[in-house]
Design a protein around this ligand. Sequence first.
Ligand code: URA
Length: 474
Amino acid sequence: MAEIFDAVDVIIAKRDGGELTGPQIDWVVDAYTRGVVAEEQMSALAMAILLNGMSRPEIQRWTQAMIASGKRMAWPGLNRPTVDKHSTGGVGDKITLPLAPLVASFGPGVPQLSGRGLGHTGGTLDKLESIKGWRADLTEAELLSQLDRVGAVICAAGPGLAPADKKLYALRDVTGTVESIPLIASSIMSKKIAEGAAHLVLDVKCGSGAFMKDQVRAEELARVMVQLGTDAGLGTTALVTDMSAPLGRTIGNALEVREAVEVLAGGGPPDVVELTVALAREMLAASGLPDADPAAALANGSAMDSWRAMIQAQGGDPAAPLPLARHHEVLAAPATGRLTRLDALAVGTAAWRLGAGRARKEDPVQAGAGIELHAQLGDHVTAGQPLATLWTDTPDRFARALEALGANAIEITGPISPTAESATGPGYPVAPGARPPGAQGATAAGPGPGHPTVAPTGPPRPRQLVLARIADPR
Ligand code: URA
């Protein structure tokens, strides 16, 4: 069959700063999915889009074309309003775990179709797979039945949703074309719209551990996605939230599940609780429950009941012990003062190098690997106290993980004690007696050139988690 356009003409039009027509967009997305537009041609087009941008009508048409490449889900006969949440991805971002059962405990259905982690950000499915017996793959009938009975479902997105995006995202990952607002917005929203929920709340991350490093770009991404959702009939709002430091005190699969359970039990780190409650309020308000009190449901155990039901429905044993990595290494505070920087990207990279994440999508992850923080941003620390524990099954990973935490990853703002000054010499101080014998050799190689910086003065910087709320102005 003759093709109606030529890929080279479409690439040149965008390369020269032109606006693609609707039929050109429909064709190029469809022809790429069919394999008629070659990978190198789509790669050139993605780069032209990254450099020259897209108008709102182009982004909208591109999103619709990606949706049309696969199937659209619907929830026939479900007696619950449906509400979905998406995070653009961050370090220690385990919010989906307590959030889905928390919102479902008030009645709405939360179909949370999730993915696995790649690079320094973790994947929700990898986290849940550290629970004994838990199964990510559900048939559509199982998904619908669980949504009806339990309300909350977190499972793998099937290959049928927006297959064009699956192909294009893998290509962008290896061609330096991920960080384009039109391409990120259309990628996320094509899948979310195809999932068929009635409402969507977006958590758009901003800071070193996120795609969007600054607030202006994060807000722009949020606005584009809110508009795409609204135009498609999906009630959409977004919170732009801080990802300059990790969320909570744990980074890594089983470690994050443990912290999520603490939140569901009415405890947990204040930042994880604050963001869970803020997103839950948005989701509940969108579902017609503006007066619901999510903090109360964490305190009174109803969110925990909903979590247990969700895990059990997918074959998991919520009471089974979570896996622990076999080796650990303790990083001690090099100085006394306030922890004024704990860089999200550096901590995420260190956890990834310990085995919590994967470099290629076929790689396995270690359930117990990761980082446990003993202090969070703004906390006062004393020289020599444990700042973080690094966990892995493979101790030869410690050196490279510690290297990621070097240079400017950690900053402690004075006063500086005499012991602290000697602690900032080359290499990391390690809490006395904290290393298991098996890990000694692994760290003897040293952490590499960097070390935490100690700034002499400066006021504490309180962390503001929710930076902006974006809703459709219409
Ligand atoms: N997540 C997605 O699904 N797509 C992107 O482009 C970026 C993050």
